[in-house]
Ligand binder design. Structure first.
Ligand code: FAD
Ligand code: N01
Length: 539
């Protein structure tokens, strides 16, 4: 099939954001092309096929709400769905809405340049194609630019290496092998128990321990599926109005104003339910006050001590260097129990730093470990990495990368001054990664679609955030972030997992509900903070 070289909109990425954006723009009659580096849809769930990969938002909430028929037809099987099931869901959506015909797969967008005279973007791909478009919508993902550790010898190792975000499609069988996992964030926590069940020896190299809660995952009962389907509309409304995109009882008390017994009972309830937001959102000040935070942190550390038999190993696995919630907490299945097995070893890189890879394995400052395979669960250049990997140039040929050299700057995490008609779905400085991301994706996609329709209906050609609005938003995001404990952690939220990246809190913690209201109100008030210009009349 030949695709047009001139379109109304180009979308980069065919994960949940790009797929819905395509569907929405098609409904509005905009000619649209999507470019996707992978050979299928699904984004995160296409790439992260590592053993144990699973969502930690409940399946019936981590799903599109835009089509009530889709909601009713699709049957989730587990409370927390595994990667293959979520990928099947994405593929079902693509088939159902016939999305594939406008998606060019196995094609990476490498550059995009704004032509000020024509008020259009020229988008170039690694297959040599250039497409001319009025609107450019980046649906490139907050967690899609994977990263390896900055250590020497990565290409010297003679065994096999894997990154969790580029897992081979057919899976990997580690039976009988000596395997290392480097990294103990969410991907490490999920994959380590399963890799341990196959490997002859598993050595985990940990720099910073995670706070993890037992997921208590289970198959869904037909009755609970039916009940949710009966009340889906109300549930979706509650998701949209909530703080994290997951409805929970709003906290009304400080953790410090209740008795220890009351607090422990509350944390135990969250623990029994296997729900992350219930523990970090249980009191008003868990994410704002170090002493309040410590009560929840210590509760989880106590659980780690109960789950790990060797007290020294339990202590090494117990986070003490950052408040709970300020690095993404995890939900696990048998993570801590895995360390009770004799063939599983934990290396504390804080005590014996990683020196690098050798021909035969991994070297630390104290030891060398002979290995057959190394798994890098070392995460992503989050939030900005996928955007700055593309040479995006706005007015005056200024590069986005240059503009963001001191940290991302935008209005609402949606638009960037100097880059007219460019939109970033779940961009930095929006709630994005601090939420059930499908809720945030849908909100951004709908806002962008409405904006494009508004321009067209009113004979307008461009929309661009004013410098004043952008400055105000950057200051607001920083102020709200600084009122929390997030800046106290070295985390990917702060950019501190990437050497040289500016230390800036890259998400908006004002809450999904209030943020949505603000975006809607701005649009209803003539797109306050945006400059809208009349469409150029054809010469
Ligand atoms: P992505 O799914 O990342 O899709 C972006 C797509 O853009 C990718 O397919 C990529 O190939 C493509 N792309 C990027 N750059 C280019 C380019 N230059 N040219 C062409 N294509 C490009 N969120 C939750 O809310 N709950 C969870 O439990 C949860 N679990 C997660 C588990 C893992 C392992 C990871 C990595 C993330 C998880 N997330 C979770 C976050 C998850 O990324 C989002 O929920 C959601 O899937 C993001 O969708 P997206 O379309 O915005 O981005
Ligand atoms: O990546 P991470 P991830 N030497 O950055 C370590 C989502 N997600 O892929 O903390 C040694 O969290 C690093 O150590 P440190 C979720 O949003 C969700 O696990 O920087 N170690 C850390 O331990 C998540 O937050 C699920 O000190 C090095 C680990 O590698 C996000 O994706 C599942 C190192 C990286 O952890 C990213 O998760 C999976 C080095 N040089 C992902 N460099 C769910 O369950 C890095 N590390 C929902």
């Amino acid at each position: 099939m030949t695709h047009p070289r001139e379109v109304d909109a180009v979308i980069v990425g065919a994960g949940f954001a790009g797929m819905y954006q395509l569907h929405r723009l098609r409904e509005l009659g905009f000619t649209t092309r999507v470019f996707e580096a992978g050979d299928g849809v699904g984004g995160t769930w296409y790439w992260n096929r590592y053993p144990g990969a699973r969502c930690d938002v409940e399946s019936m909430s981590y799903s599109y709400s835009f089509s009530p028929e889709l909601e009713q037809d699709w049957e989730w099987t587990e409370k927390y769905p595994a990667q293959p099931e979520i990928l099947r869901y994405a593929e079902h959506v693509a088939d159902r809405f016939d999305l594939g015909r406008d998606i060019t797969f196995e094609t990476r967008v490498t550059s995009a340049a704004y032509d000020e005279g024509r008020e259009r973007w020229l988008v170039t791909t690694d297959t040599g194609e250039t497409v001319d478009t009025q609107f450019l919508i980046m649906a490139t993902g907050c967690l899609s630019a994977s990263k390896l550790p900055e250590v020497p010898g990565l290409d010297r190792f003679q065994g096999q290496t894997f990154h969790t975000a580029h897992w081979p499609r057919g899976g990997v069988d580690f039976t009988g092998q000596r395997v290392a996992v480097i990294g103990t964030g969410s991907s490490g926590v999920q994959s380590i128990p399963i890799i341990a069940s196959q490997a002859a020896e598993l050595t985990v190299f940990q720099r910073t321990p995670a706070f993890s809660l037992a997921a208590r995952n289970r198959p869904l009962e037909q009755s609970e599926i039916d009940q949710m389907k009966a009340r889906y509309r109300d549930w979706r409304a509650a998701q949209r109005a909530s703080g994290f995109g997951v409805p929970i009882e709003p906290a009304t008390k400080s953790a410090l104003e209740v008795s220890e017994a009351e607090r422990t009972a509350k944390y135990q309830g969250a623990w029994d339910g296997g729900t992350l937001t219930a523990i970090i959102g249980g009191y008003t000040d868990i994410l704002a006050d170090r002493e309040a935070n410590e009560t929840a942190a210590e509760f989880v550390r106590q659980k780690i001590r109960e789950r790990v038999t060797d007290p020294q190993v339990a202590e090494t696995l117990s986070p003490r260097s950052y408040p709970i919630g300020t690095k993404r907490p995890c939900l696990d299945t048998n993570y801590y129990e895995t360390y009770n097995q004799p063939h599983v070893h934990l290396v504390d890189l804080r005590k014996t730093p990683l020196v690098g890879l050798t021909e035969t394995g991994v070297a630390t400052s104290e030891d060398s470990y002979d290995l057959d395979a190394v798994v890098f669960a070392t995460g992503f250049d989050a939030m900005t990495g996928a955007l700055t990997a593309i040479d995006i140039r706005g007015r005056g040929a200024v590069a986005l990368k240059e503009k963001w050299s001191e940290g991302p700057r935008s209005y609402l995490g949606l638009c960037v001054t100097g880059f007219p008609n460019l939109f970033t779905i779940t961009g930095p400085s929006s709630p994005s990664v601090l939420s059930n991301m499908i809720v945030s994706i849908e909100q951004h996609v709908e806002w962008v679609s409405d904006a494009l329709a508004h321009l067209r209906q009113n004979g307008l050609g461009t929309i661009e955030a004013t410098a004043e609005a952008e400055d105000g938003w950057v200051a607001h995001v920083e102020e709200v972030g600084n009122a929390t404990l997030y800046p106290q952690a070295d985390s990917w939220y702060m950019g501190s997992n990437v050497p040289g990246k500016p230390r800036v809190f890259m998400a908006y913690i004002g809450g999904v509900g209030p943020y949505r209201e603000l975006c809607t109100e701005i649009a209803e008030n003539g797109y306050r903070g945006f400059a809208l210009t009349p469409a150029l009349t054809p010469a």
